[in-house]
Design a protein around this ligand. Structure first.
Ligand SMILES: NC(=O)c1ccc[n+]([C@@H]2O[C@H](COP(=O)([O-])OP(=O)(O)OC[C@H]3O[C@@H](n4cnc5c(N)ncnc54)[C@H](O)[C@@H]3O)[C@@H](O)[C@H]2O)c1
Length: 313
């Protein structure tokens, strides 16, 4: 069994990753400053003797280093970040601090304390608004935000350090992640968490444009499983992989599933398309299958049912 440091453990993806690591028998050291995460996401984990939570700012020099020096983990899963594209555009300096400087500190801590593996939360945002679909790992990288640029820079920083100092780096390019514990209160939240809240409150959702725009929506339980594999499976080599389903789902499809989950709900309201909205997104999942033996196996319908049940609880 391994000992894993999870940065951003109190967040949406971090808390699910923590839960699955613990369920698999691993020891987890969580690091979070609660910028966007919540202690309540870790209610179950905090009951485990194999979990410890440290309130630290990973972008602050020395903080993660001290934790890694003390804990000597087998791997670091680095999820802590400024997660909003819009916020990165409003404050690019903060984006650099939280999404590039923090990654450099992760790489440094891994080198200094001989951590064998680093798993990084990258993003489909590194591909920008490409219309060249489906997106493979070789699709041209054209970030269109400071956030996307920082994710791409972070991949390069980690892979370069891993190659120079002999640790394994897995960059996980998540597509549109959805599921329980995603914060619907943020104006920048994923569309599914916003839809879920509106349906639950009996309010009509707004669909911008005709609703035929698509995303490769992946359930957080699958993303967490991909993280567990990347951090713990023996023999992996460094690399990057899309973490996606390889299937396109339109907003109309999502609304139709919600309409079944919330019978009697108000019909969606249509509003003019927003400028800059990406019309279609779809990744290829073949490399994650080949390199991690990972395949997303939760359908959007099952994932939405799980989300609705969790938020109703
Ligand atoms: N949700 C998605 O669809 C998606 C898609 C692609 C990539 N990602 C990436 O996955 C990771 C997790 O995202 P999420 O959706 O779970 O968001 P989240 O906001 O729920 O999680 C981020 C966590 O990091 C913590 N954090 C932020 N800055 C920190 C710092 N300086 N020190 C310590 N903790 C800090 C936050 O408090 C939060 O708990 C991020 O790196 C994000 O960029 C998410």
């Amino acid at each position: 069994m391994a000992k894993i440091v999870v940065t951003g453990a109190a967040g949406f993806i971090g808390s699910h990753t923590t839960d699955q690591l613990l369920a698999a028998g691993h020891t987890v050291v969580g690091a979070d400053n609660f910028r966007t995460g919540r202690r309540a996401n870790l209610t179950a984990a905090l009951r485990s003797g194999a979990f410890a939570l440290h309130e630290i700012d990973v972008a602050q020099p020395g903080a993660l280093d001290a934790l890694v020096a003390a804990e000597r983990p087998d791997a670091i899963i680095h999820l802590a970040a400024l997660v909003s594209v819009q916020e990165s555009i409003a404050d690019p300096g903060l984006n650099f601090l939280l999404n590039v400087q923090a990654t450099q500190l992760v790489a440094e801590a891994a080198r200094k304390h001989r951590v064998g593996r680093v798993v990084f939360a990258s993003s489909a945002a590194i591909y920008g608004d490409t219309t060249d679909l489906p997106i493979t790992e070789n699709t041209e990288k054209k970030p269109i935000s400071p956030y996307g640029a920082a994710k791409l820079a972070s991949e390069a920083l980690l892979l370069g350090h891993g190659a120079a100092y002999g640790f394994t780096v897995r960059c996980q390019r998540y597509f549109n992640v959805f599921g329980p514990r995603q914060d619907p209160a943020s104006p920048y939240s994923g569309v599914i968490s916003i839809f879920d809240r509106r349906y639950r409150e009996g309010k009509a959702v707004t669909i911008y444009g005709d609703g035929r725009q698509t995303r490769d929506f992946i359930a957080v339980r699958d993303v967490a499983r991909a993280n567990v594999i990347a951090a713990t499976r023996p023999g992996l080599v460094s690399g990057v992989a899309n973490i996606c389903t390889g299937r396109e789902t339109s907003l109309l499809d999502v609304a139709a599933v919600f309409a079944r989950l919330y019978p009697g709900a108000a019909a969606p309201v249509h509003a003019p398309a927003r400028t800059g909205d990406i019309l279609r997104s779809l990744g290829t999942a073949a490399r994650a299958k080949a390199e991690l033996d990972f395949t997303a196996n939760t359908s959007v319908a099952d994932g939405l049912a799980e989300l609705a049940a969790a938020t109703a609880a």
